[in-house]
Design a protein around this ligand. Structure first.
Ligand SMILES: Nc1ncnc2c1ncn2[C@@H]1O[C@H](COP(=O)(O)OP(=O)(O)OP(=O)(O)O)[C@@H](O)[C@H]1O
Ligand SMILES: O=C(O)[C@@H]1CCC(=O)N(CCc2ccc(Cl)cc2)[C@H]1c1ccccc1Cl
Length: 301
């Protein structure tokens, strides 16, 4: 049978570990190791996330794994703004996710050296990614600088969808929003968790807008808005909205952050947009941004 030609840059759907040369470890997660790998047929580089089945079972993370796969597949039709899942395979002991290789690491690595022009550009790409998540009814739930990767051309690649929530229908979106009993255990990372998750366990698309406010704050001044010596004290500061701006914090960026770090999720900028997130795009902080063509990423200083 004549083999079906494979597009040069994409492995066909069914591969195995034997189709790749595994190189250096590029990162470690709680349940995973990520390797730089090369496809022996195309010489293309990928990041391959490897998970030990025994560890997944022991930590009861089956849902986390299958959700990450489901969400990544939902987003795979887009070739930008998200890490792309090219294929998965498994062997007796491990699961393998073949992903876009983000050659320039994560935003946290570079976050202390961003000019305001860089902040504007990266905030715009993150907002466009959140708009696409909204279209696909996906709430990320763990947006933070470590989960914002940078590709070889310094464009954003959002990753880490193991904690994501797929909103099945409007009813669930309502239940995720107001009038629902506490249903979700704490998901996400303490510094970026939203007040509603700490009070009534609700999540909504507005939860990612709170995290966006935290990320923009950190891109401007280099540190997260809510910091303390323990998770409990961080949570207390979040619920009390206890944070402040450095003197030299850009005033327009400050106004934007103040409209995102709002306790009531329904009052956050963008949370009630008919076309998300028009009201964020129209904020004065983005007056220099051409949303139809963001152009090349400015050089990270
Ligand atoms: N596609 C990728 N390209 C480049 N580096 C990556 C890629 N995916 C992950 N990494 C790196 O590998 C590290 C581990 O990622 P992984 O998704 O396995 O775990 P994690 O989500 O960071 O941790 P946890 O599972 O505890 O949330 C990341 O911190 C990141 O630095
Ligand atoms: O969902 C899928 O696409 C398949 C379906 C068939 C299958 O067996 N798997 C692996 C399921 C699985 C998940 C976790 C553990 Cl610990 C063991 C098996 C799934 C799988 C294969 C490779 C990589 C990830 C996954 Cl979830």
């Amino acid at each position: 049978m004549t083999p079906v030609p494979v597009p040069a840059d994409e492995p066909p759907k069914k591969r195995s570990a034997a189709d790749f040369i595994f190189g250096k470890v590029i990162g470690e997660g709680s349940f995973s190791t990520v390797y730089l790998a090369k496809d022996i047929h195309t010489n293309k580089e990928f990041a391959i996330k490897v998970l030990e089945k025994l560890h997944i079972k022991k930590e009861r993370k089956l849902a986390y794994v299958t959700r990450e796969k489901e969400v990544l597949l939902r987003l795979a039709s887009w070739n930008e703004l998200f890490v792309k899942l090219y294929c998965t395979f498994q062997d007796v002991d491990r699961l393998y996710f073949v992903l876009t290789y983000a050659k320039n690491g994560d935003l946290l690595t570079h976050i202390k050296h961003l000019s305001l022009e860089c902040v504007r550009f990266y905030a715009a790409e993150i907002i466009m990614a959140l708009e696409r998540l909204n279209i696909k009814k996906i709430i990320h739930r763990d947006l933070k600088p470590e989960n914002i990767l940078l590709d070889e051309n310094w464009h954003v690649l959002l990753t880490d969808f193991g904690s994501a929530k797929i909103v099945k229908d409007e009813i669930e979106q309502e239940e995720c929003g107001e009038n629902s009993k506490r249903r979700n255990s704490f998901v996400g990372t303490a510094q970026y968790v939203t007040p509603e998750v700490l009070t009534d366990g609700n999540v909504s698309f507005a939860s990612d807008l709170w995290a966006l406010g935290c990320v923009i704050y950190q891109m401007v001044c280099g540190t997260a808005p809510f910091q303390a010596g323990s998770e409990y004290l961080i949570f207390k500061k979040i619920l009390d909205l206890e944070y402040s701006f450095p003197e030299d914090f850009d005033s327009r960026a400050r106004n934007l952050v103040e409209q995102l770090l709002v306790i009531n999720p329904h009052e956050r900028l963008g949370s009630c947009d008919v076309k998300p997130y028009t009201s964020i795009r129209e904020h004065q902080f983005f007056s220099k941004i051409n949303w139809h063509n963001l152009g090349k990423p400015p050089k990270i200083c």
